[in-house]
Design a protein around this ligand. Structure first.
Ligand code: SF4
Ligand code: SF4
Length: 457
C-alpha cells in the first residue's frame, strides 16, 4: 500500500496558491500547487486509484519520500535507524575546538548566564591562558584528532570576555601559532577593547566576530554595562567600524526582550548611517534573551528587574520585519541554502556540535563540550595536560545523546529539523513553537529566492 508519509511538513506560502513541502527524513524540499496538495492529502491512508495526478508526479513525490510503502511503525523504526547512522557519521567527522581565554569579564550585564559562576561579576576568576597552556591546548587538539584534515579550521576564542585589553599578548600568541598551522579564528566578544586587537583583525587571523548591541544608545547602555559604569554603545560602534575596515566579518546580535524589541528599526538606521549595512561583511540579527538564571537572579537587583519575552511574541514580531533576520533555529538559512544549492535540507539528529565533536579548553586544563555550561565543574568532559587528554563519562553521555532519547521526537515530522531542542534551555513550548518558526522562516526563504521557478508541480 502506498500512502502519504507521516513526515511531510506542509507550509502554506502566503499570497500564493502554493504550499512548500519539506520531508522530515529525506530532506526533500518542493513547492506544489494547493490543488495537488488537496489530492495528496485526501489520499492519506491509501493512494491506489484514488487520485487524479499524473503518474510522473506520483513517481517524483514517491522518490522524494512524500509517498511511502512503509507503515507508520516502519517509518518510525526507519527514522530511529537513520538517527543512529547520522550520529555515528558525525562522531567520526570534523571536530571543532576553542580556547576559553579567561573567565574574567569587564561587563556586568544583568542577564548574563555566567552570573551563576561569577556571582554577578563579583567573583570572576582572573585565571587566564598563558603561552605554556596554549601549547598544551594545541597538543590536545592533535591528541583528540590526529588527522588535522578532520579539524574545523576555524577556532573559537571565548570567555568571559576573550578580548580584554590585558589579554592581548596571549591572544596574539594563540592567533599567530594557529595561523602558522592553517587555522583562522572567530570570537564572541563584547567589543569594548576591540581597538587594542586591530593587529589581529584580518580574514586570515580573527576572521569573524560576534558583538552584542542591545538597542539604541540609552537602552544598550543600561543592558550592556561596563564595570566602570561608563556607557559602552559609542565605543562598540566605533570598534565595529575598525573590524570592518580590517576585513573581519562582524555579526551584531541584538538580545531582545519586551523593553527593547521596538528599537530594531532605529538600530538598523544607525548601522545604515554608519555605512555598515551595505558592507557584505556585516550582519545584524535579533535573538531572544533566555532566563538562564532562574531563582538566583533574586540575589541581584539589576538581574531581578530584567524582563523576558516569550517565544510566541518574538515570532509574531519577527513577521513585522520581513527584511530583518531573527534567530530562528537556523531554519531560514537552511531552507534558503537548500533552495539555492538544489540540495536537500540539512538534517541532524543532534541539536548542536556539543553532542558530536566540540572541545573547549579552559585555563584550568578542563575540557568542556557545551558552551553554556562553562565553569560548571560538573559538566567538564575531560582534562588536558602536556599533550595528554583524558575524558570522563560526561563525554560519552554527550556523544550518545541524540533526538531519539525523546521517543515522542522520533514520531515527529520535525525530528531532524528541530532535533528535540537544546537540552540546556529546556524550552517548554518547543513543540508548539517549531511549526510557527517554520511557517515564518519558510515564507521568508521562499520570498528571498527564485523558488517559484523550481516548483516541481
Ligand atoms: S547550550 Fe545547548 S545549543 Fe548551546 S552548546 Fe550547550 S547544548 Fe549546544
Ligand atoms: S521537540 Fe517537539 S517539535 Fe521538536 S522534534 Fe521533538 S516532538 Fe518534534
Amino acid at each position: 500500500m502506498t500512502r502519504l508519509s507521516s513526515y511531510v511538513v506542509q507550509i502554506p506560502l502566503k499570497d500564493t496558491n502554493k504550499t512548500m513541502l519539506i520531508h522530515g527524513y529525506t530532506g526533500a524540499i518542493d513547492v506544489i500547487s494547493n490543488q495537488t496538495l488537496e489530492q495528496i492529502t485526501q489520499s492519506k491512508h491509501d493512494l491506489s486509484g484514488k487520485i487524479s495526478i499524473s503518474n510522473q508526479t506520483i513517481c517524483k513525490l514517491k522518490r522524494r519520500g512524500y509517498f511511502t510503502n512503509l507503515t507508520r511503525e516502519e517509518e518510525i523504526a526507519y527514522v530511529t535507524k537513520i538517527a543512529k547512522l547520522l550520529h555515528q557519521r558525525a562522531l567520526i567527522g570534523k571536530k571543532s575546538f576553542g580556547f576559553l581565554i579567561t573567565y574574567n569579564c569587564n561587563f556586568r550585564c544583568p542577564y548574563c548566564y555566567e552570573s551563576k559562576i561569577s556571582n554577578f561579576g563579583n567573583g570572576w576568576s582572573k585565571k587566564t591562558f598563558d603561552t605554556k597552556l596554549v601549547d598544551e591546548a594545541y597538543a590536545a587538539m592533535t591528541a583528540i584528532e590526529p588527522n588535522s584534515r578532520l579539524h574545523n579550521k576555524n577556532l573559537l576564542l571565548y570567555g568571559g570576555e576573550p578580548l580584554l585589553k590585558i589579554n592581548h599578548e596571549v591572544v596574539k600568541y594563540i592567533v599567530e601559532k594557529g595561523k602558522s598551522l592553517g587555522y583562522t579564528f572567530s570570537t564572541i566578544t563584547n567589543g569594548y577593547d576591540l581597538a587594542y586587537y586591530s593587529d589581529l583583525l584580518a580574514p586570515d587571523k580573527i576572521a569573524s566576530i560576534q558583538v552584542t548591541i542591545d538597542g539604541v544608545r540609552n537602552t544598550h547602555n543600561k543592558n550592556r554595562v561596563h564595570e566602570s559604569g561608563k556607557g559602552s554603545f559609542d565605543v562598540i560602534l566605533h570598534n565595529i567600524g575598525i573590524a570592518l575596515n580590517k576585513g573581519t566579518h562582524v555579526n551584531v546580535r541584538m538580545n531582545c526582550n519586551d523593553a527593547n524589541i521596538s528599537e530594531i528599526a532605529d538600530l538598523h538606521a544607525i548601522f545604515q548611517a554608519q555605512g555598515f549595512i551595505s558592507n557584505p561583511n556585516f550582519n545584524f540579527y535579533s535573538a531572544l534573551i533566555y532566563d538562564y538564571l532562574g531563582e538566583i537572579k533574586n540575589k541581584d537587583s539589576h538581574a531581578k528587574e530584567q524582563q523576558f519575552m516569550n517565544r510566541d511574541r518574538f515570532i509574531n514580531i519577527s513577521n513585522q520585519y520581513p527584511n530583518h533576520h531573527f534567530q530562528d533555529e537556523g531554519v531560514f538559512t537552511k531552507i534558503k541554502r537548500a533552495i539555492e544549492s538544489g540540495k536537500r535540507i540539512f538534517l541532524s539528529p543532534t541539536y548542536c556540535a556539543a553532542f558530536v565533536g566540540s572541545y573547549l579548553f579552559d585555563p584550568y586544563r578542563n575540557i568542556y563540550s557545551c558552551w553554556e555550561s562553562l565553569g560548571n565543574t560538573r559538566t567538564i568532559v575531560g582534562k588536558y595536560h602536556n599533550g595528554e587528554v583524558t575524558f570522563n563519562e560526561n563525554l560519552s553521555n554527550m556523544h550518545t545523546y541524540d533526538v531519539t532519547k525523546k521517543t515522542h521526537c522520533t514520531k515527529c515530522k520535525y525530528v531532524f529539523l528541530c532535533r528535540g531542542g537544546c537540552p540546556q534551555k529546556k524550552e517548554e513550548k518547543i513543540c508548539e513553537m517549531i511549526p510557527q518558526i517554520f511557517k515564518t522562516s519558510a515564507n521568508k526563504a521562499y520570498r528571498a529566492t527564485c523558488f517559484p521557478n523550481k516548483s516541481i508541480v
